[in-house]
Ligand binder design. Structure first.
Ligand code: NI
Length: 388
């Protein structure tokens, strides 16, 4: 039996699960009902699992009969505070909450992959860990699963995201940067207030703020290679209290984005140097609080090359699509910081069934016909990676 033959009997199971989870979406970190339903489904299949990741994550282990490597397959399970407007018969029953990023599909595909791999244990090499991950949208789930040992003994990791911009029947499985980092920062400037007519008696935090914003842009233009796209954005500024008073303090918030781990690692140090140095030049003081929210998602070349062959085996000869990297973040990168891995974008865009809306839209929907291919891809990648 091969993966396709085993998967053929689970088409209805997958759709039924997908629609069930779609009807019962829950927001990040609060996936209690979802987690319970996943555990019940796993008990039905008869695989062993343990809680892992925040309060709702679940980690399954399937041991193959033959020796081999260990891979972790990940599916996320949280929904968004989006009002569903699809009018689908299986639309969300939870007012104002919707699986608008397709994580319902990921749960159903991973459950189906669990069934396939469980059925194929005799042919399976090594160990497969299947991670039902909470809280992707707030970038807390992957980190927590890693902290709770999900990657112990794991050689590689693999995830799938359903993707409208990739056409049905195709899959984007490409090496290198796929999604950007997304960090948050806060800058506080301390000057000295005085009469607006006598600036020499104070230290103007507003002028320091302007200089800091300008100088931060030179981190991008003069310190980072133009071949490595990166962004520093100051999104908010608060300074001063009155039109005729020199501002004593200022407060800024902003975000950084980049596609390489090397740049991501250095952002905080570079910014801190520029911010403190600029403040000092103006006789002020400044503090940077830099919050690392999510690293860039960079697909490993070796894992991609194996997974591409797996994709061709289950999706067919011409299934590999090319899709540009996106500036959205994906917390699967926390797994990929520790072990080599890849994320595949499974094509679910199909005009014929209205699957044209972007992720996070209230109209978001997928070409359900494609989901079994996602389950097969998960299973095939595990079979192939562990065997080599
Ligand atoms: Ni998503």
């Amino acid at each position: 039996m091969n993966v396709q033959e085993v998967a053929a009997q689970y088409g209805e199971y997958l759709i039924e699960k997908r629609r069930y989870f779609h009807q019962h979406p829950e927001v990040s970190t609060k996936e209690y009902h979802t987690s319970k339903a996943i555990k019940e489904a796993l008990d039905e299949i008869g695989v062993s699992w343990r809680p892992c990741g925040l309060e709702t994550g679940v980690l399954v282990t399937i041991q193959g009969a033959k020796p081999g490597k260990t891979i972790l397959l990940r599916g996320d399970m949280d929904a968004l505070t989006v009002q569903e407007t699809t009018g689908a018969p299986y639309a969300s029953k939870n007012e104002g909450i919707m699986h608008a990023c397709g994580h319902d599909c990921h749960i159903a595909m991973l459950l189906t992959a669990t069934r396939i791999l469980h059925d194929m244990k005799e042919e399976l090499c090594g160990t497969v860990k299947l991670a039902f991950q909470p809280a992707e949208e707030v970038a807390l789930g992957a980190k927590s699963m890693v902290e709770q040992g999900a990657l112990d003994g794991v050689d590689a990791c693999f995830a799938i995201h359903v993707w409208t911009d990739v056409k049905s029947g195709m899959v984007s499985l490409e090496a290198g940067p796929r999604m950007a980092s997304a960090d948050e920062f806060h800058i506080t400037v301390k000057g000295k207030g005085c009469h607006g007519a006598q600036p020499e008696r104070g230290v103007d935090a507003a002028v320091v703020t302007a200089a800091i914003i300008n100088n931060l842009q030179s981190v991008i233009s003069r310190e980072i290679s133009p071949m490595d796209p990166a962004v520093v954005t100051v999104g908010t500024i608060q300074a001063g209290t009155r039109w005729n008073v020199v501002a004593e303090n200022s407060y800024m918030t902003g975000t950084t984005r980049c596609f390489s781990n090397e740049v991501w690692e250095t952002f905080e140090e570079r910014m801190e140097r520029v911010i403190k140095g600029t403040a000092e030049a103006y006789r002020a003081e400044a503090e940077l609080e830099y919050l690392r929210i999510v690293p860039p998602t960079v697909n490993d070349e070796a894992v991609v090359s194996i997974a591409q062959k797996s994709a061709v085996a289950v999706l067919g000869e011409n299934c590999l699509a090319s899709n540009p990297a996106t500036t959205g973040g994906e917390d699967f990168s926390y797994f990929m910081q520790r072990v080599p891995g890849a994320i595949a974008l499974l094509g679910t865009g199909n005009e014929a069934c209205g699957a044209v809306w972007p992720n996070h839209s209230g109209n978001f929907c997928v070409d359900e016909e494609q989901l079994l291919k996602g389950a097969m891809l998960y299973a095939q990648v595990a079979m192939d990676f562990n065997a080599q």
